[in-house]
Design a binder for this molecule. Structure first.
Ligand code: GLP
Length: 260
């Protein structure tokens, strides 16, 4: 696992560099997109490169991590709509190139199974962008999630609903109680995981993710078992890392050609 500690804008550039390198190598790459505030600067940087430098997503496909259950199709906080606004509509992804779990399906387990099939039919995800919840969740895999879990329905914790209430006029009761989420086992099959975290409120989750024992209590710790995981954090999110100086030295001495 590689840990990079840098200001938020630099982290966004690094993540965008990794995505750009992938798209140049493989124009039909499969991207994994995340919602939440953590990836927003990355999406801004990708949109800028598309507009100013011609970075093209025309051959790419993308899969979302998760979706709320039951939010109306036109609800602005439906993750499908959030991803359209934040990235899909700002680059040249083809209509239909972005898929997400169907939180409005009549048969939710069937929708989850279909989503797993769609990801594997696409050849799997090449690069998965991730954020992390204050309780250590990735996607919506809350504490207690099986480390081998697949796409399924989950109940959101009170903590997550409170954290996400800011997107629902500050009203926790407006935040759905359930979601569909890629499982930890699903996410672990992506070939490169790139997690971004900023701010002191993420410091404990980041410490557990990088340095804690692998445990369903901190679901993101499963990333310690991934052969290619990158953790991009600012100083505040890195503030509880025991080996922060080692990560700094390692990154400072990294050969420029190596990339993330
Ligand atoms: C939500 C999303 C996660 C995201 C997390 C952190 O619960 N389902 O994918 O990582 O929030 O969000 P933020 O980046 O806004 O802190």
């Amino acid at each position: 696992m590689e840990v990079v500690i840098a200001p938020a804008q630099e982290l966004a550039v690094l993540a965008a560099d990794a995505i750009e390198a992938l798209l140049r190598r493989r124009p039909d790459a499969v991207l994994g997109l995340a919602t939440g505030s953590s990836p927003l600067k990355v999406y801004d940087e990708l949109a800028r490169r598309h507009a100013d430098e011609g970075l093209s997503f025309a051959g790419a496909r993308a899969f979302m991590l998760d979706e709320y259950v039951g939010l109306a199709a036109d609800h602005p906080e439906r993750y499908r709509n959030v991803i359209d606004v934040e990235i899909a509509s700002r680059v040249d992804l083809e209509p239909g190139a972005v898929r997400g779990p169907d939180g409005l399906a009549d048969d939710l387990p069937a929708a989850c199974a279909a989503y797993e099939t769609a990801i594997s039919d696409a050849g799997g995800v090449d690069l998965q962008i991730l954020g992390i919840g204050t309780d250590g969740h990735i996607a919506f895999n809350e504490p207690g999630s099986s480390l081998a879990s697949r796409t399924r329905i989950k109940t959101l914790t009170q903590q997550t609903r409170e954290d996400n209430a800011r997107f629902f006029d500050g009203e926790v009761d407006q935040v759905p109680t359930h979601c569909l989420t890629q499982g930890l086992g699903t996410i672990m099959e992506a070939r490169h995981l790139v997690l971004l975290a900023t701010g002191a409120q993420k410091a404990e989750a980041v410490h557990q993710l990088v340095e804690g024992p692998v445990s369903a209590m901190w679901p993101a710790t499963v990333m310690q078992m991934h052969p290619h995981a990158t953790v991009l954090v600012d100083e505040a999110a890195a503030s509880r890392l025991q080996l922060a100086n080692y990560y700094r030295q390692t990154y400072a001495a990294k050969p420029a050609w190596q990339g993330l």
